[in-house]
Design a protein around this ligand. Structure first.
Ligand code: ZN
Length: 249
């Protein structure tokens, strides 16, 4: 049996499950390593040295021993903690949802620094008090853009014409972008919804509050991006319904 190798990694926990009496298996994301799994042995015992160190919504400096299936965590130190996400249910629900999106979009042991930065940026925005639902929409659009599946928002998919201000449009059923009303493909999409979607691509969510958009275009954008994310992953993210329930007015 080859000598077991020790490594260190800066990572965040995106999901975790209990194993046996006192262990946890963690799914971790790292800018330099992508997605990987590690086991935290004895972590659920009150006397564990790892104890509270492997909580979610923290960037952790981990010492690991390489194993055949999973690495084993031997030491952990919190580098950054997003404490606000642990105390506000709506922000926590969005934080878990964005973590799931990024986890699904990242391959095992394939560094995706852009996606890792997206996740931390979303957590920063939530921590700073940006509206929870807008952070979710911003993250969905940023993820689609990063995956090369970002919707066309500037010109009609069919004829290439740029819509005029206030023009009613249609939204492609597969999330590819906008069409003129005359093409009769896709569902209704208002000019306010297009304005919000474009702003989500350009600004951070805290800047969008100044737009003072009514709820209707937010619902249209939510519906449009929900479909596009479903198509990207071939399924609805598991944390979606909980987030929707928590954020429902
Ligand atoms: Zn057209």
């Amino acid at each position: 049996m080859p000598a077991r190798q020790s490594t260190t990694s800066l990572a965040v926990v995106t999901s975790r499950f209990r194993l046996g009496e006192a262990d946890r298996v963690l799914t971790l994301l790292s800018a330099t390593r992508g997605k990987f799994k590690a086991i935290a042995k004895g972590v659920r015992k009150p006397t564990s040295r790892l104890g509270g160190g492997v909580e979610p919504f923290a960037e952790l400096d981990l010492a690991l021993i390489t194993g055949r299936t999973f690495d084993t965590v031997t030491q952990v130190r919190s580098v950054r903690v997003w404490l606000g996400l642990r105390s506000r249910l709506g922000s926590a629900a969005v934080a878990w949802y964005v973590a799931e999106l990024v986890e699904r979009a990242t391959s095992d042991e394939q560094p995706e620094p852009e996606l890792y930065a997206l996740l931390l940026h979303a957590w920063d925005l939530l921590e700073s008090g940006a509206p929870d639902a807008l952070v979710a929409r911003w993250a969905e659009l940023a993820l689609l853009d990063a995956a090369g599946q970002g919707p066309e928002l500037d010109v009609c998919l069919e004829c290439g014409r740029a819509p005029v201000a206030g023009e009613a449009l249609r939204w492609d059923d597969e999330g590819a972008g906008i069409r003129c009303l005359s093409h009769a493909i896709g569902g209704a999409f208002s000019s306010d919804a297009l304005r919000l979607m474009r702003a989500l691509r350009r600004f951070a969510p805290e800047e969008l509050v100044a737009l003072n958009l009514p709820p209707a275009p937010q619902r249209e954008v939510s519906w449009a991006l929900r479909g596009a994310v479903h198509i990207l992953f071939g399924a609805e993210p598991k944390s979606r319904s909980f987030m929707d329930e928590v954020l429902a007015p």
